[in-house]
Design a protein around this ligand. Structure first.
Ligand code: C2O
Ligand code: CU
Ligand code: CU
Length: 530
């Protein structure tokens, strides 16, 4: 697979130079030269915004239901997809050959087993000099360590692995994506990401939009070469900043909506790009859910940041508009991002009719009381039973580090006792960047942010979280209860370029948990039907 160099205008080069600031090691001049050698699609050839219809990723059917378990089968494969009319087919890596992958719809209390078969091309991939190995992580699930997509627990082409998911948490928007050691960024960028929606009774009984008014928006940026192929250009290991915005795999799509409320499950699946969302009409967004599910109460905001891997459930009420009106979901300038004029908008909603169904058309003042044993929302700073831990995010010698460390699978960087409640303070010292820090296994509550972590959280992040957006020079303070599993779990920046090089450490919860390598992949020749 050839990875073309990107071409960027002088203005963009300047912008990237500003973005990188002092933190970037590569002199601007050299960066400009490598970029100009390239075959990036000219902006005049890019697809026009609002030309393509909105699509939803298909829902995957189980191959078998037995007892309390649903079995699924997914083949990871290379495929060609047409992103927009007039474009050549773009090679992707997709779960079942599509990106985003098919959505898995799960029900709390029913276990899910997903057989992931690596059908990617064999041999060395010149893009990263390694085989096309994969590891599948279900982001937002309290999965056992051996099914959590540990970076070293890889599956080679021609091999498969059965992943077991407990589905014992509150309803939430979670996602499965690749996590292979050192090429997570490449694999996920090529398309290995999909949604997994966990429902429960509490959510089902709420009068909030459901069913076809409950709509996923997987937002991701991309760079295309002149011949329509994805370019993985990470600006000397700093960030990948695409100029094409895809929603559910389509560039700047148009969705036809009725005059009523819709619930959008927003996932930022981008490699390095954050978004600052707002509606073109100036109307507020009603945030009802965060990474770990529904918030205690809804929150109205004019604009909100969405870092990589963050999920927000947002209600938009199109009854405020007349038929024929167009509403654009905008992306405002977000600090420490490289914006192009094309990245200022995400998609458009065209109001086409009155509501065809008026059920589930409200947002009650109370949503989720958060009664679960591991729900963080009722925890306070003073509930801490364990030590206060501090993590510092910075860059040294071109590598991204946490507390001066890069990933070492043999080392444990934090060891909370099983069921301990701890307060963590996470500080971003690398001025020109933001780091969305993700901790596997747990949900946490953000209790402070800002210069010393003493300011209140953003209004829209007052729900259970598993990714914290740490802005430049900022400290984010969280509280969490560490369980319900024991063992080793990764934690890392979800800028996938940073994660791969090597802003990742691990914790071990309690003692005596299973090894993350306790259930290795097997060759397909040993595969038996479920
Ligand atoms: Cu979404 Cu460790 O990843
Ligand atoms: Cu995760
Ligand atoms: Cu980072």
């Amino acid at each position: 697979m050839e990875i073309a160099q990107r071409e960027i205008s002088r203005k963009d080069v300047l912008k990237l130079g500003v973005l990188a600031g002092a933190a970037l090691l590569l002199p601007l001049e050299r960066a400009a030269k490598t970029q100009l050698l390239n075959a990036r699609m000219a902006s005049s050839q890019l697809p026009e915004p609002f030309q393509v219809g909105f699509v939803r990723p298909p829902v995957l059917k189980p191959v078998l239901r037995r007892g309390d378990t649903d079995f699924y089968r997914i083949v990871q494969k290379q495929a060609g997809v047409q992103l927009a009319p007039g474009l050549p087919k773009t090679r992707i890596f997709g779960y079942n050959g599509i990106t985003p992958g098919p959505t898995i719809v799960a029900r709390r209390g029913r276990r899910v087993i997903v057989r992931q078969i690596n059908g990617l091309p064999r041999g060395i991939n010149p893009a990263h000099g390694d085989e096309n190995t994969t590891s599948t992580h279900l982001h937002g699930s309290d999965t056992l360590p051996q099914y959590d997509g540990y970076a070293m627990d890889t599956t080679r082409p021609g091999w498969f692995k059965d992943y077991v998911y407990p589905d014992d948490q509150d309803a939430r928007t979670i996602w499965y994506h690749d996590h292979a050691f050192h090429h997570t960024g490449f694999n996920a960028y090529m398309g290995l990401a999909g949604l997994y929606l966990l429902h429960d009774d509490l959510e089902a009984k709420l009068p909030i939009p459901q069913g076809r008014y409950d709509v996923p928006l997987v937002i991701k940026d991309a760079i295309l070469s002149q011949n329509g192929q994805l370019i993985f250009e990470d600006q000397s290991l700093s960030s990948l900043m695409g100029d094409i915005i895809l929603v559910n795999g389509k560039p700047w799509p148009v969705m036809r909506v009725e005059r009523r409320k819709y619930r959008f499950r927003i996932l930022n699946a981008s490699t390095s790009r954050g978004y600052r969302l707002a509606l073109s009409t100036g109307e507020p967004l009603t945030v009802v859910g965060t990474d770990g599910g529904l918030m205690p109460r809804p929150v109205l905001v004019q604009r909100m940041n969405v870092g990589m891997a963050e999920r927000y459930e947002v209600v938009i009420d199109f009854a405020r508009y007349r038929v024929g009106q167009q509403v654009v979901l905008r992306n405002l300038d977000l600090k420490n991002n490289a914006d192009f004029s094309s990245t200022r908008q995400i998609m458009r909603f065209d109001v086409v009719s009155d509501a065809k169904d008026r059920r589930n058309n409200s947002v009650p003042p109370r949503l989720n009381p958060g009664r679960g044993a591991y729900s963080p929302m009722r925890l306070k700073e003073s509930d801490a039973t364990g030590p206060r831990r501090r993590f510092r995010f910075h860059r040294k010698n071109g590598l991204w580090m946490i507390n001066n460390r890069t990933f070492d699978p043999k080392r444990v960087d934090a060891n909370p006792a099983f069921n301990a409640v701890e307060v963590w303070e996470c500080t971003n010292n690398s001025g020109g960047w933001f780091h969305p820090f993700h901790i596997h296994l747990i949900d946490f509550k953000i209790i402070g942010r800002g210069k010393n972590g003493q300011s209140p959280p953003f209004p829209y992040e007052r729900g259970p979280k598993d990714v914290m957006y740490i802005g430049g020079g900022e400290t984010v303070k969280i509280v969490a209860k560490f369980g319900p599993r024991k063992g080793r779990y990764m934690m890392h920046c979800h800028n996938l370029v940073h994660e791969d090089h090597d802003m990742m450490i691990q914790m071990e919860v309690g003692k005596g948990g299973p090894s993350p390598l306790a259930a290795r992949a097997k060759p397909v020749s040993k595969m038996r039907p479920f």
